[in-house]
Design a protein around this ligand. Sequence first.
Ligand SMILES: [Zn+2]
Length: 414
Amino acid sequence: MKLFGPLALACLSAGSALADDTLLKRPDVAKALRWLETSHDKTVAAQITIAEIPAPTFHEAERAKYLEKEFRRLGLADVSIDKQGNVLGWRKGSTEDTFVIAAHLDISFAVGVDTKVRKEGDRLLAPGIGDDSRGLASLLAIVEAMDAAKISTRHTLLFVANVGEEGLGDLNGARYLFNESTFRAKLRAFISIDGADPSRIVTGGTGVKRYRVTLKGPGGHSYGNFGRPSPIHAAARAIDRIADLEVPLKPKTTFNVGRIEGGTAVNAIAEECAFEVDLRSVDPGNLDRIEAKLFEAVRLGVEAENKARAASKATLSFDMKLVSNRPAGETAHSSPIVQAAMWAAGANGFRPELDFSSTDSNIPISKGIPAVTMGGGGTSGNAHSLAEWYSPVQAWKGPQTVLLTFLDFDSRRP
Ligand SMILES: [Zn+2]
């Protein structure tokens, strides 16, 4: 959802032009930006190395170990892997106020996926090559650039390669950081580097709820036991109702039955059928309403199947399990981190666009901690599909924009 056009420039000029000019004139900042550009090939090589270590959600350990090693090599302090599996590394500032820069370890693919990177022209192809290997490589580059330029900051920086961003990971890495880590009270702001396009600044978390619906019945032979209720038929009746649900265009609210499974043979009445539903809205009230409609659709679908097969005296049971719950919310466009991100994108020649999406930023935003999700540079496409591609054209502008965002935020008076 594109939320603004010319407004961006208006906000920008009303922002912090003075402080920002000062920032761009600082020799250490200029040096760090140059470092990011001249180290472009190295950053892309790191991205490929990372992408080739498979890391499906809940199986991020091997990639985490690699990032842990890299964090140590770059000299971050107190490098560790927390209980959830997040890799943490610190860069001390003059205060304990902590600014988090994160990228996610996990990829949205099943265990066993081939993550070998192929080159086709100027494109790199592999599942996860952009999402979020680019973010992880950008994160490493930012650490190195800051050290090469000897940049000191007011905020302490916490670099995080986090688990559980994709699918049923349900943002569990970011959730752990903000809800359970021992240092959570020190966390002041958050950037997730995710996606590619540096002009896109995600300020809002789309709310997401996901359900796994399981229907069960007695099963039986398709011919011999004909007349018994079928969990698959009931699921079909329910999904037919779901498909017709009415949702508003604004605030954008969506539904999708993304997976279905069940049954054992074509000549057997299934004993079980399950399907998974993804509901999203930028508005928490609308998310609750579509959730209520989903409950109703499933109840009616099962009821209709039981009624149609009432003569058999057998009935179906069903269960709906909430498997994912990502809160909706938004960082105000006037907040310093959004202003900083818009200025930084503009300073790098981009026309910033504020957007809504479900990312790790949902978690800090839901706790009132300012957060944005920003691109790692370059362009990409077909994310979450085996045909995912990444093109590293001027990709250094990604980490440059993120670094400038942080530095602008950091240089403002507390
Ligand atoms: Zn991602």
